[in-house]
Design a protein around this ligand. Structure first.
Ligand SMILES: *Cc1c(COP(=O)(O)O)cnc(C)c1O
Ligand code: SF4
Length: 339
């Protein structure tokens, strides 16, 4: 993934200035957290450090093990080659239907709208995605849209990336208009981490687009730890809901960050208080450089069981793994005590 720069003509909105001002230098991050750089174990990476300041503000000062920090800091563990971990863990290059269009599942097609994200998550399964080959520059969706329009079995388009909300709202509106022109579409879904990592993105212009969009809009957020959900994130979610979007969340199960039943239960509870229902708890995809985040299946299934034993069913995300070639995300059965 490449950190694309935002063209100057789009630099007007406050969220775009915040996006452009994201921290990319480890020394600056260390200073913001009151930590010596040596305490980080930082190691340079081709997928460089990038984190918005508002996300850094939610990290605990002086704690090198902070669960938000560990999600974003490039470290030496990424350089270790682990067997089975590679650049395209999900076989996405074989699911390509048109440039920027992936389809793996019936009725749903996924559009890579941009390569840009507000944050670079170390465990990202698309950290080595060949965006250039997909024309992932947000301008050339023509062939993908034509393929969607030509296939009436596609009911839902998922805007993904990168982070689709890294696009300016005017571009989103234009893309949305073209989707609304495809008569067989019934839903549009947006996969985004932006309302969590940079809640200022949810501004009046975006809310106006959501409110006036004439197909049901599902927004699937991505939060991994309860400390990510602060008051600004809650307000952003409340506003999106008031504008008519259905809000869900997906979480990646990550060793050293959220592989703990209490943490996951708190995450579900906080999400609910923000108007968001938990959707998936993903087993880590084996992308090169992320092996140190892996949680063994047995432990994952026990955690899912512990969560189910504690929370109402609607607050328990489904534990799934993505298996290349499967017709859906594959469920991992929760292990319940006494069962
Ligand atoms: C995960 C994914 C989806 C969405 O799957 P749901 O189970 O509907 O959430 C769709 N397309 C692709 C290519 C995916 O990887
Ligand atoms: S926001 Fe999503 S796509 Fe972007 S780096 Fe994080 S996990 Fe990957």
């Amino acid at each position: 993934m490449i950190t694309a720069s935002v063209p100057p003509r789009q630099m007007s909105a406050p969220w775009q200035r915040e996006l452009a001002a994201a921290i990319t230098r480890p020394a600056e991050l260390a200073e913001a957290l009151g930590l010596p750089l040596e305490a980080f174990g930082y190691a340079p990476s081709a997928f460089p450090l990038r984190v918005p300041r508002s996300f850094v503000a939610r990290m605990r000062r002086g704690d090198p093990h902070d669960p938000l920090l560990r999600q974003v800091l490039p470290g030496a563990a990424e350089l270790i080659d682990a067997p089975g971990y590679d650049s395209d863990p999900l076989g996405e290059q074989t699911a390509q239907r048109a440039p920027a269009l992936l389809q793996k599942y019936r009725g749903r097609a996924l559009l890579i709208t941009t390569e840009t994200c507000a944050v670079h998550c170390r465990y990202c399964f698309r950290r080595e995605f060949p965006y250039a080959r997909h024309h992932g520059d947000g301008e050339r969706w023509g062939e993908a849209l034509a393929a969607i329009a030509a296939d009436a079995s596609i009911e839902e388009v998922i805007l993904s990336g990168g982070d689709p909300l890294a696009l300016g709202t005017t571009r989103l509106q234009a893309l949305g208009q073209r989707l609304l022109g495809i008569a067989h579409l019934r839903r549009v879904r947006i996969h985004t981490r932006m309302p969590v990592v940079l809640p200022a993105r949810v501004d009046a212009q975006l809310l106006h687009w959501v409110r006036t969009f004439t197909l049901p809009m599902v927004i699937v957020l991505h939060a991994n730890h309860p400390a990510e959900i602060d008051a600004d994130v809650q307000s952003a979610c409340a506003a999106l809901r008031a504008a008519g979007a259905t809000l869900l969340n997906q979480t990646v199960l990550l060793a050293g960050i959220n592989a703990d039943a209490t943490v996951l239960a708190q995450l579900s509870t906080r999400l609910f208080e923000a108007g968001v229902l938990p959707y998936y708890l993903h087993a880590l995809d084996p992308v090169r450089g992320a092996a140190h985040f892996a949680v063994p299946d047995e432990q994952a299934r026990r955690l899912a069981g512990a969560l189910a034993a504690r929370l109402p069913g609607y607050l328990v995300p489904r534990l799934v793994r993505e298996i290349p070639g499967a017709t859906a995300k594959t469920a991992l059965t929760p292990l319940l005590d006494g069962a």
